[in-house]
Design a protein around this ligand. Structure first.
Ligand SMILES: Nc1nc2c(ncn2[C@@H]2O[C@H](COP(=O)(O)OP(=O)(O)OP(=O)(O)O)[C@@H](O)[C@H]2O)c(=O)[nH]1
Ligand SMILES: [Mg+2]
Length: 202
């Protein structure tokens, strides 16, 4: 199972965002199809252009030293998201900044995951994507529409927020930096949980 889950309503932009993090040479014409089920994308720790050869695996003992495995779970699978939850996960939560029709579902799904008992220790990054579109709403507007400040304050969590565009690539290196910054902590938490489980079993 991947250490990071990428969640968000259907069509919010998860697949394109992950493809773009995987390869900087994904261009504006790249199309996606609805993710039915889930999808694991290996994101390089350093940005690479397709064809550079740097996307090949350098796996050692099942551990990838150059890549971060991120699992997208399609928006259509939202009722099943909790079966993928665990306290040691990183969560990327994607919101389409251009789609006001999705504001309510984005809010409800976010509230559900922030309050989920299996995600108590999880680190969360909220991504407002499609910022390249002229009808996109900015962070302050969406904060107001979604009552985001209140939701985050009530959740008692420190949640990071970033504005990005998978089409232009704007903000994506900040996403990679957030992943790299938080990845070791996740590993440490996972190891602590495993060690505790081992000592419980004798
Ligand atoms: N303009 C623009 N379009 C985007 C961006 N990100 C995604 N899209 C488009 O939005 C549509 C949906 O994107 P996906 O990445 O497939 O959405 P998803 O969140 O993976 O959807 P599900 O798999 O159904 O959960 C596609 O047509 C993408 O090309 C972006 O940053 N800018
Ligand atoms: Mg998808």
């Amino acid at each position: 199972m991947a250490a990071c889950l990428c969640l968000g309503p259907t069509g919010s932009g998860k697949t394109l965002l992950l493809k773009r993090l995987q390869s900087t040479s994904v261009n504006e014409g790249t199309s996606t199809v609805e993710t039915v089920g889930s999808n694991i994308i290996r994101v390089p720790k350093k940005p690479v252009a397709e064809g550079s050869g740097a996307t090949s695996s350098s796996s050692r003992g099942g551990e990838d030293k150059d890549f971060l495995s991120i699992q997208e779970i399609g928006g259509a699978m939202a009722p099943l998201w909790p079966s993928y939850f665990a306290p040691d996960k990183l969560i990327m939560y994607v919101i389409d900044s251009s789609n006001l029709f999705q504001v309510s579902i984005s809010t409800v799904l976010l509230m559900e995951l922030l309050s989920h008992e299996k995600l108590v220790g999880a680190k969360v990054l909220i991504l407002l994507t499609k910022m390249d579109l002229t009808n996109r709403k900015n962070l302050n507007y969406l904060k107001f529409m979604m009552r985001l400040d209140t939701i985050l304050a009530q959740s008692g969590r420190r949640v990071s927020l970033l504005e990005v565009s998978a089409t232009t690539g704007d903000g994506l290196e900040d996403v990679r930096r957030w992943l790299l910054l938080n990845w070791p902590r996740v590993k440490k938490a996972a190891n602590t949980i495993k060690a505790a489980a081992r000592s419980d079993n004798g």
